[in-house]
Design a protein around this ligand. Structure first.
Ligand code: UN1
Length: 492
């Protein structure tokens, strides 16, 4: 199967395009071949989007929303199929695959609701017989660049608000997970979305991404991915005066206080650290634990980790799937070596798993370090794999300080039964998302998603806040006095 671009409602034929294989991380099987697009493909897509957007912007928002209801309905109908494609190409276990597709379905219905809200504001004018209001206007053509770890959900966080707000988009999915984008193009087609509103361009990040950012008709770039690439997108986008929305890494911590329900904390840590094999930007990769419960927590964690089953995510009994590719496997293993060199104590894991039926996939053993120095590299840098560092502290203040000592600020969590502790922590934890008595993952689509510091640049995906990325505020003054009134000048 060859995956080709979807531009202006037409599946582009192969031409002389080059292709690269898409492989299943669980077993190395080739699933498809994906087109490597060029700047010319981007130009074609922008032209199609620009043309379509002029008409799309004139469709009333509640009618635009009707397409999202239809998209949500089709996704619901195809949920199991979409989840299976997702698990095969990305590797997350099937239960999480279904969960991610559900996140996309929820986003469709939620954003469809915004079609009948899309509120503006009326404001009193400082002059008599003058009416003032501000409305959300569409921006035009927007460019979406999405990662492989949430190939559907993150794309829906970006494309659905873009659609309801009256924009047309070009979407470049990650080269590792193009099949989900292909599936979504089929959903858009089946929903009857006017040709050119949704365009999908496959291909390598550098050539396609650069062409998208530099194209004068692309007004917004919304990016989720690594900090390194995000910085490059921001720099280039800045030069071209683009509105750039960035969602990047995390170094998320679970804080376990001395009065915590330790059983619950262990469950929260396990799910948020090792679910999706640690490949979420919200994944827990640090546990900041009060010294009085450190030993007990370590023992409980080690026992619980023995129950984790690793393998092909299509097997319903498996809890942890593979990581995305060999490069990721090497990066994770390299960090484990760094941790050892830094003097941290490796309690369990720390190895590539390649025995028996794991031989053909990219599997890493869930790994737990303790006695980790808060300033060491494994405690500061994003590893994006199933590796957790335990850091000991003596007080709530110290826990918060350690939590806030990293350059990222996406998600954090605290386990405590004390109401004062909890309220103080939610105020002082410097992250865009804070959980109390739950792990660091599991953000819901109707709340803003994003982080402080190096995690982003102030914009938010999902929630009503996402509309700020895909709309322009337009202020409108209507003077019905019949005479020229001059603001800020004495008219009497
Ligand atoms: C991501 O990790 O890139 O909050 C997105 C969560 C999911 C989304 C994660 N709902 O863990």
């Amino acid at each position: 199967m060859q995956l080709n671009n979807y531009i202006g409602g037409i599946w582009q034929d192969a031409g002389d395009a080059k292709y690269v294989p898409v492989t299943n991380p669980a077993n190395g099987e080739e699933l498809a071949q994906v087109r490597l697009s060029t700047k010319e493909d981007v130009n074609l897509a922008v032209a199609a989007a620009k043309e379509a957007q002029k008409k799309w912007a004139l469709v009333p928002a509640p009618k635009r929303a009707d397409y999202l209801y239809e998209i949500g309905r089709i996704m619901k109908e195809k949920k199991e199929h979409l989840a299976q494609v997702l698990t095969k190409e990305m590797g997350k276990v099937i239960e999480e695959g279904r969960g991610e597709v559900q996140e996309g379905i929820d986003m469709a219905f939620y954003m469809a609701g915004e079609g009948r809200r899309l509120f503006g504001e009326t404001t009193p004018s400082e002059l008599a017989d003058k009416f003032a209001m501000s409305v959300r206007a569409p921006i035009g053509v927007v460019g979406l660049i999405t990662p492989w770890n949430f190939p559907v959900a993150i794309a829906t966080w970006k494309s659905f608000p873009a659609i309801v707000a009256g924009n047309a988009f070009l979407w470049k999915p990650a080269t590792e997970t193009p099949m989900m984008a292909y599936e979504m193009a089929k959903v858009f087609e089946e929903a009857g979305l006017p040709p050119g509103v949704a365009n999908i361009i496959f291909g390598s990040g550098v050539e396609v991404g650069t062409a998208m950012i530099e194209h004068p008709d692309v007004k917004v770039i919304s990016f989720t991915g690594s900090t390194e690439t995000g910085r490059a997108v921001a720099e280039r986008g800045g030069r071209h005066l683009k509105k750039v929305s960035l969602e990047m890494g995390g170094k998320n911590a679970v804080i376990v206080m001395d009065d915590a329900d330790l059983g619950l904390a262990v469950e929260g840590i396990l799910w948020s650290a090792f679910g999706t094999a640690g490949q979420r930007c919200t994944a827990c990769s640090r546990v900041i634990v009060h010294k009085d419960v450190k030993e007990e927590l370590e023992t409980l964690l080690l026992t619980a980790m023995e129950q984790l089953t690793i393998g092909d995510g299509m097997d319903e009994t498996v809890k942890i799937g593979p990581v995305i590719n060999k490069k990721a496997l090497d990066k994770i293993h390299n960090y484990v070596q760094i941790g050892k060199d830094e003097g941290a104590t490796l309690l369990v894991g720390g190895e590539i798993l390649a025995e028996g039926n794991l031989a053909k996939g990219n599997y890493y053993a869930p790994t737990l370090f303790t006695n980790v120095d808060r300033d060491s590299r494994i405690a500061q840098e994003e590893i994006f794999g199933p590796v957790v560092s335990l850091i000991e502290v003596s007080s709530l203040e110290e826990a918060i300080e350690v939590n806030n000592s990293v350059t990222f600020g996406l998600s954090s969590s605290i386990f405590s039964r004390d109401v004062n502790t909890v309220f103080k922590a939610q105020r002082d934890l410097d992250t865009g998302i804070v959980y109390v008595n739950a792990g660091t993952t599991g953000a819901e689509i109707h709340l803003p998603f994003g982080g402080t510091k190096g995690t982003g640049n102030g914009h938010r995906d999902s929630g009503v806040a996402a509309l700020d990325v895909y709309t322009e505020w337009k202020s409108i003054y209507i003077d019905f006095s019949g005479k020229l009134q001059r603001a800020q000048i004495d008219n009497s």
